[in-house]
Design a protein around this ligand. Structure first.
Ligand code: 2BA
Length: 109
């Protein structure tokens, strides 16, 4: 069994969860925050058997599209004032950041 940890954009999350559930996957959805943009994103946990792993990855790839976005990022602290000055930057968002872990044990009590 594998554990898929997929960090996706909030706007893709609802459709991704629906698609995965329709295909018979169990999903846990966590509300998370990206460290760089400090904006909300969604982290999904999926425990999948080996034979269903690629199917899950295919659904994630199909639903989560990359796109450019103008975001406001905090600049370094200005001088010694301790004040963060926001400035606009263009970043690629969407797609999915996926970690795949081997599951040592899967226990339901
Ligand atoms: P954030 O950390 O908010 O990053 C959002 C997007 O900003 C990133 O998209 C990337 O395009 C850009 N970005 C991040 N750090 C940057 C930097 N130092 N300079 C310039 N641009 C930067 P993704 O790479 O697709 O990441 C989306 C979200 O996935 C991240 O949100 C973070 O929550 C998570 N993530 C990505 N890589 C990770 C990792 N190695 N470990 C843990 N979480 C990760």
């Amino acid at each position: 069994m594998k554990l898929i940890i997929a960090i996706v954009q909030d706007e893709d999350a609802a459709r991704l969860v629906s698609n995965l559930m329709n295909e018979g996957y169990s999903v846990t959805k966590l509300a998370t925050t990206g460290g760089f943009l400090r904006a909300g994103n969604t982290t999904l946990l999926l425990g999948v058997d080996e034979e269903k792993f690629q199917g899950a990855m295919d659904v994630i790839e199909k639903v989560c599209k990359s796109r450019k976005q103008i975001a406001t990022s905090p600049s370094p602290v200005a001088g010694t004032t301790g004040v963060y000055v926001p400035y606009p930057i263009e970043v690629m968002v969407g797609g999915a950041t996926v970690f795949v872990l081997n599951v040592e044990q899967f226990i339901k009590l």
